[in-house]
Write a protein that binds this ligand. Structure first.
Ligand SMILES: Cc1cc2nc3c(=O)[nH]c(=O)nc-3n(C[C@H](O)[C@H](O)[C@H](O)COP(=O)(O)OP(=O)(O)OC[C@H]3O[C@@H](n4cnc5c(N)ncnc54)[C@H](O)[C@@H]3O)c2cc1C
Length: 404
């Protein structure tokens, strides 16, 4: 196995982490990385935060410099798309007409912005309407943001809300269109949803809740957002209505796919020579005892490492709780666990102060926890997951977190 020729399709964080880990663990066989973007693999969270604000540079969040790949003898095929997998001959066809042979193949093709399903959102392709997934798209959006800009953000998920905050920091006037009564409340509960909503309102974002956008129109050289609340003018629009996993390559190769590529706890697909990781993987989580697909930075890193372990014949499993983070204005938070909308939530601390912890519980057991503007506690919170702890103890600040 140490000599296997390994091909990794996808030039994102999950792919780059697998490469790093393989070489770190002494894999000596050929490694080829195929990525359709021109850039070296980079992390995406800064695209809606520091990079959009103009504070971070691409090299700050590029996983490895070009020299690293050379020194570690990794064959990079950038700006090239993997178009077909021939499973019988263990070969991948690329958009430049070449082919690459593999002993083992890792798919890490990530996700793309949702354009609205089978019937794309009317006006998504107009000039001035932006999507956000790549550094190129972030650069194009950043160039439009100034004090003279009226930005309309369609969608109030994490990316929409983060972009709203970053655009305000560049002085733009921002309207967010949210189909929900309270953004993100379906997942995080009303209390945290309101907290976030008020944070945005305090910072001058016009959040139009319970508002459905029907289309984007171009009239007399400017854009108009047509919604259930009427028609409003915008200079720039960001369509941020979720992401779609890039599973077509796997599906067309006959691998089992549902909402993602179905993989087992060691990340092997229905073809044991092919693994899938990161945003596309619908993997069996041994702690939660269910298939799970998550679109988080931490997952791309952890699954990248696990894939390397599997490729090298080690017996490891996908057994950790999901984790993610966000930064908006002066709010930073980390969430760990997996809660269902019907779980009850309790708050430790005072939301008014902006520093608090939320726990979610189901049948008395902690399913998830979120620290807001309180740092270096997330590992402790991870340790609380799955435990039966009295709600009063959870919320009693005189009880040390570590004691829980
Ligand atoms: C703007 C933004 C902000 C985010 N912020 C956060 C955050 O704050 N916290 C958090 O936890 N997560 C965040 N995320 C999510 C996180 O970035 C993703 O979960 C992570 O990037 C997934 O990594 P990946 O390697 O699976 O996929 P990706 O990073 O999407 O990389 C996949 C790569 O594969 C390429 N590719 C696709 N198909 C092919 C093909 N056929 N051939 C060759 N290459 C192909 C793609 O072009 C892409 O370069 C954010 C995402 C975005 C877009």
């Amino acid at each position: 196995m140490g000599q296997d020729s390994i091909v990794i399709v996808g030039g994102g964080l999950a792919a780059a982490t697998t490469v790093n880990e393989l070489r770190e663990q002494g894999h000596t066989g050929t490694i080829s990385l195929i990525g359709q973007e021109q850039e070296l693999p980079y992390e995406r969270p800064p695209l809606s935060k520091g990079y959009l604000q103009g504070n971070d540079k691409l090299e700050d969040f590029t996983v490895n410099p070009a020299s690293w790949y050379q020194e570690h003898n990794v064959q990079l095929h950038l700006g090239v798309r993997a178009e077909k997998i021939d499973r019988e001959n263990q070969q991948v066809s690329l958009s430049d007409g070449s082919t690459v042979d593999y002993d083992q193949l890792v798919l890490a093709t990530g996700a793309r912005p949702n354009l609205g399903g089978k019937q794309p959102f009317e006006g998504h392709d107009l000039p001035g309407v932006h999507l956000l997934r790549t550094v190129e798209q972030a650069r194009a959006l950043r160039e439009t943001l100034s004090e003279d800009t009226q930005l309309a953000v369609i969608g109030s998920g994490w990316i929409g809300m983060e972009v709203a905050a970053s655009a305000r920091s560049r002085g733009a006037r921002v309207t967010v269109y949210s189909p929900d009564e309270v953004p993100l409340a379906k997942v995080f509960g009303d209390r945290f949803g309101h907290h976030l909503l008020e944070l945005h309102q305090r910072n001058g974002v016009d959040v139009r809740t319970s508002t459905r956008v029907d289309s984007i129109q171009e009239t007399d050289g400017h854009l108009e957002v047509v919604s259930s609340a009427g028609t409003s003018r915008a200079d720039v629009v960001l369509l941020a209505i979720g992401a779609v996993p890039n599973i077509e390559l796997a599906h067309e190769a006959g691998l089992k796919t549902e909402r993602g590529v179905i993989v087992d706890a060691s990340l092997r697909s229905s073809d044991p020579k092919i693994l899938a990781i990161g945003d596309i993987a619908e993997a069996f989580n041994t702690s939660l005892r269910r298939q799970l697909r998550v679109e988080h930075w931490d997952n791309a890193i952890r699954q990248g490492k696990l894939a390397a372990a599997t490729l090298l014949g080690q017996d490891q499993n996908y057994d950790w709780a999901p984790y993610f983070f966000t930064d908006q204005f002066d709010l930073g938070m980390e969430y760990v666990g997996y809660s269902a909308p019907e779980d009850i939530s309790v708050v430790r601390g005072d939301t008014e102060t902006g520093e608090f912890i939320v726990f979610w519980l189901s049948e008395g057991k902690v399913t998830a926890a979120m620290n807001v503007n309180i740092w270096d506690v997330n590992d402790t919170l991870r340790g609380v997951l799955g435990k039966s702890i009295d709600q009063e103890r959870l919320t009693d600040q005189s009880v040390d977190l570590a004691e829980l």
